[in-house]
Write a protein that binds this ligand. Structure first.
Ligand code: NDP
Ligand code: 2IT
Length: 458
């Protein structure tokens, strides 16, 4: 069934031997639907590995992988500028440390719950393995909404969050970074509070720091740039490149902005971006400096971009994926690109899709791309440039060094090429040529599994 029919059955996983495990994951994590989705996608691709490597089944590697090593949930009380007390919930899921200290971002968004953090942490294990840089997988965050909060409110929240989390962190233990709603401002406040509590200037405890105090040049750009470099590799494997291509991007945050910048540097025209209020179409190609001004400096809504740019229009309703393009880069959030969106993209002739966000395409959407012969780069591979550059930041911190932007960018390009090639070769080795989902899952899994086997039952 596996090699001939890639379509997952409605309620189970493709490899019948993994069905009891999947049922157990559903039972132990009731209601965590995004986590179920992330686990199922991986289980659907691992059947052939277990057929070749029965010892991995016997050591129950995948069962252990699906259970986080540690899950932390804590109260985060803070006081707003008007003196009102708020109580948020903080999370950190330390998922797997076979390859190195737990590593992964913090997300501050009202939708955050334990299931979201588990899905992100689970994905992070495989992504981090693919970087080849010896980092384990973890993720965290809070249901705190930084939107419309003053800098001092965000600071007080971050200080309260770190007052609980600090005891679980350390450069050799667990190293958070940014994700949705967490950027340089938040990392600064979090780092300051960690330093104050521990009385240690421990550079390597957080990544995404300011360049003047231990941050890596290029970390801000890395996820978006890396996603586009991965796309370029996928296109090259098909004898094409990004030059002259029409690109649609969703989101207008950290990943989206720098994906747009790199795509246009490589000769593409990026015609869309979005936020949760709607999307912008700019037929002349995005003015990335204006986008940075609106979103990074002013923290304003995306319609303001359209108001200041003659060639752009704002669309409040409907899907950004209705806009015709050659290349689509979903860079906002999970499950933002549905089956219907994928059908519309394929109908409009999309050639490549690379996930800047984590799990932005629904399983049905992925299937449409597979059936349509579209080059599809899953987030685990396509957005790994961010965490890879975090690991480069940790390298610089460990040696108290600081590299130039161009040096880091060159390393990033090499890493993205290596990830691409490893996914591509692994997919071929397992009889699924061109299937980057299978390639990424198996290549990441093999690295983690070897380390877990060697380290015994822990
Ligand atoms: P930002 O907070 O900088 O930007 C997020 C963007 O996505 C905003 O435009 C936001 O719009 C939009 N968005 C968020 N949630 C929703 C939602 N529920 N519905 C519609 N739009 C939404 O985050 P990042 O750019 O850092 O992260 C984007 C994605 O990339 C996430 O999936 C993240 O996990 C992933 N990622 C990030 C990495 C990083 O280094 N930052 C690394 C790898 C992956 P609005 O402002 O209206 O909410
Ligand atoms: O999803 C991700 O890979 C991130 N948010 C970045 C994690 C990191 O540690 O840099």
């Amino acid at each position: 069934m596996l090699s001939t029919d890639r379509r997952a059955p409605q309620n189970g996983v493709q490899h019948s031997g993994l069905e009891p495990l999947y049922r157990e994951v559903l039972r132990r994590n009731a209601g965590d639907t995004e986590f179920h989705q992330a686990v199922r996608e991986v289980l659907d691709t691992l059947g052939p590995v277990f057929e070749r490597r029965p010892e991995l089944r016997e050591a129950r590697i995948i069962e252990r992988l699906c259970e986080p090593e540690r899950q932390l949930i804590f109260r985060v009380p803070w006081v707003d500028d008007a003196g009102r007390v708020h109580i948020n919930r903080g999370f950190r899921v330390e998922f797997n440390s076979a390859l190195g200290p737990y590593k992964g971002g913090l997300r501050f968004h009202p939708s955050v719950n334990i299931g979201i953090v588990k899905f992100l942490g689970f994905e992070q294990i495989f992504k981090n393995a693919l970087t080849g840089l010896n980092i384990g997988g973890g993720k965290g965050g809070s249901d705190f909404d930084p939107k419309n909060r003053s800098d001092t409110e965000v600071m007080r929240f971050c200080q309260s969050f770190m007052t609980e989390l600090y005891r679980h962190l350390g450069e050799h233990t667990d190293v958070p970074a940014g994700d949705i709603g967490v950027g340089a401002r938040e990392i600064g406040y979090l780092f300051g509070q960690y330093k104050r509590i521990t009385n240690r200037y421990e550079w390597g405890v957080l990544t995404g720091k300011g360049v003047g105090w231990g941050g890596a040049q290029g970390r801000t750009e890395a996820t978006g740039y890396g996603c586009v470099l991965f796309t370029e590799e996928m296109l090259r494997a098909r004898g094409e490149g990004l030059d002259g291509q029409r690109v649609a991007i969703s989101g207008s945050g950290n990943v989206a902005i720098y994906a747009a910048e790199k795509a246009q540097q490589l000769g593409a025209t990026v015609v869309t971006c979005s936020d949760s209020s709607g999307y912008v179409v700019d037929e002349k190609g995005l003015d990335v400096e204006l986008l940075k001004q609106v979103k990074e400096v002013e923290r304003a809504r995306i319609f303001e971009y359209a108001e200041r740019r003659e060639s752009a229009r704002f669309v409040a309703d409907g899907s950004v994926w209705a806009v015709a393009c050659d290349v689509a880069l979903p860079c906002a959030t999970q499950n933002e690109l549905t089956e219907e969106d994928a059908v519309s993209l394929v109908r409009n002739g999309v050639k490549a899709v690379a996930e800047g966000a984590n799990m932005p395409t629904t399983p049905e959407g992925v299937q449409v791309f597979r059936d349509g012969g579209v080059a599809f780069g899953p987030g685990k591979a396509a957005n790994a440039g961010g965490v890879a550059t975090s690991a480069l930041e940790m390298q610089q911190n460990a040696s108290r060094d600081s590299w130039s932007f161009s040096h880091t960018e060159k390393r990033l390009a090499e890493i993205m090429r290596r990830i691409h090639d490893s996914c591509h070769e692994t997919a071929e080795r397992y009889g699924q040529p061109g299937d980057y989902v299978t390639g990424a899952n198996i290549a990441g899994f093999e690295l983690v599994a070897e380390a877990m086997l060697a380290q015994g039952v822990i």
